[in-house]
Design a protein around this ligand. Structure first.
Ligand code: FAD
Length: 402
């Protein structure tokens, strides 16, 4: 059997490793459009901050996997079972996994492609930013305050730059934080001298480094970073017949609508564990799990993926943030604990944890994810969860009784 994988990110690598294990007699080829061997994109902000070395980024590729760098899949011919790359080469397959990840959103405004305007997705983005750090005004303007925007702002601040966040909505990280938690975070950032412009957009960037805002204000800076989210990388599938909504549509086995073609990772939309809707939860652990499940099915071992959970865990500007599920919601049942150092909120439905927000202190995030995924009735423990004293042994004892 010849397995072909498009994309050498965590979804593609996890699939390749599973395929080598369960089908050692088969060939496994990964096509990557990047010139570098696979690396962890989530570590890029730490590289920018100078707290890890570039060598620490690179990921292991399982033995026996044929990794082909610099080959971009340009089209898929499902009828003839081959992928054609931009170089014109054809790559036949028996079973194909599409795992090309996402592309960052870059608003098409005047000046958005000037040499000092960046998105953060790939290693060359970090190489590109470095020469612009603290060159003239010592100011970085970050459009968007989601996880990537905030981690980038934190990294540039650690490098000594003054940071301005420009957010379209009325709060930081509006996709996951509610108004009180965003206000808590805003206060912490403001105390550190971080400027936040809410209800604002960048409308134009000039070559001399002047950034113009929708309100009419303007500001000088050394660099601009767009951290406004990612879109599934699906452009090359246009004439393939593969069903795409926001991302590639897959069933529980990570199978697309076409036989022998699977998809995983940031390019695929899967069932959300809390809302039940199909959506793209662009997260590393989900990409790994989806790649693994896709590979088992590609090898003929029927396996279901149980769904993804929207969540983010980060520490920026010395504040820990853990958000998961429908943490922004006002009900059905909400429990909040807050003081000057923390804001914790649980959203429950019939005792089951549907969402949470913890800002200010670190929490046992793996445990909460498990509680949500397993839809465990946590009502007897909600106070200790709020306080952060709910422990793993207690969870185990509880789980054993179920
Ligand atoms: C700065 C940053 C910070 C992040 N932080 C976190 C975090 O804290 N926690 C978390 O869970 N997630 C985080 N993420 C998200 C996480 O990195 C992604 O969810 C994960 O990398 C998705 O894996 P993937 O394999 O689907 O795609 P990717 O990792 O994007 O890999 C896809 C690969 O396919 C290649 N490719 C694309 N198109 C083609 C083509 N046509 N032909 C061949 N190759 C192609 C791409 O260049 C890329 O190398 C972060 C991401 C970034 C950028």
């Amino acid at each position: 059997m010849d397995f072909l994988i498009i994309g050498g990110g965590p979804a593609g690598l996890s699939a390749a490793s599973t395929l080598r294990r369960v089908s050692p007699e088969s060939s496994v080829t990964i096509l990557s459009n990047e010139p570098h061997r696979p690396y962890a994109k989530m570590v890029l902000p730490y590289l920018l901050a100078g707290v890890v070395e570039e060598e620490d980024l690179f990921l292991r590729v399982s033995e026996g996997v044929d990794l082909v760098l610099g080959e971009e899949a340009a089209r898929i011919r499902p009828g003839e079972r081959f992928v054609e790359t931009a170089s014109g080469r054809r790559w036949p397959y028996d079973r194909l996994l599409i795992a090309p990840g996402g592309v960052p959103d870059r608003p098409e405004i005047e000046g958005c492609r000037l040499p000092f305007a960046f998105t953060i997705r790939n290693l060359p983005d970090i190489h590109g930013i470095r020469p612009f750090i603290s060159t003239r005004t010592n100011r970085a303007v970050i459009a968007g305050a989601g996880p990537v925007g905030m981690e980038t702002g934190d990294a540039l601040n650690r490098q000594g730059m003054r940071v301005t966040f420009v957010v379209t909505s009325n709060r930081l990280f509006s996709t996951m934080l509610d108004i009180p938690s965003a206000a808590f975070l805003e206060k912490k950032l403001s105390d550190k001298g971080i400027e936040i412009r809410k209800g604002e957009d960048i409308v134009k960037i000039e070559e001399n480094g002047t950034v113009h805002f929708r309100s009419g204000d303007a500001m000088e800076c050394d660099l601009v970073v767009f951290g406004k989210g990612v879109k599934p990388c699906v452009g090359f599938l246009a004439d393939s017949g593969i069903a795409v909504k926001t991302g590639i549509v897959v069933n529980e086995m990570q199978q697309t609508n076409l036989p022998d073609i699977y998809a995983a990772g940031d390019a695929a939309e899967t069932g959300d564990l809390v809302s039940g809707e199909q959506r793209v939860n662009a997260l590393w652990p989900e990409a790994v799990e989806q790649g693994h499940v896709a590979a088992l099915n590609m090898a003929g071992m029927q396996t279901a993926y149980h769904g993804s959970l929207a969540r983010n865990i980060l520490r920026v500007f010395d504040v820990s943030i853990l958000v998961a599920g429908m943490g922004r919601a006002d009900g059905p049942e909400v429990r909040v604990s807050e003081d000057a150092d923390h804001y914790h909120k649980l959203v429950l439905e019939g005792g089951v944890l549907k969402g949470m927000i913890c800002v200010g202190e670190g929490r046992n995030e793996g445990l909460y994810r498990e509680l949500m995924k397993r839809r465990i009735d946590v009502s007897p423990y909600s106070s200790s969860i709020l306080k952060g004293s709910f422990s793993y042994p207690r969870f185990q004892r509880h789980a054993m009784r179920l």
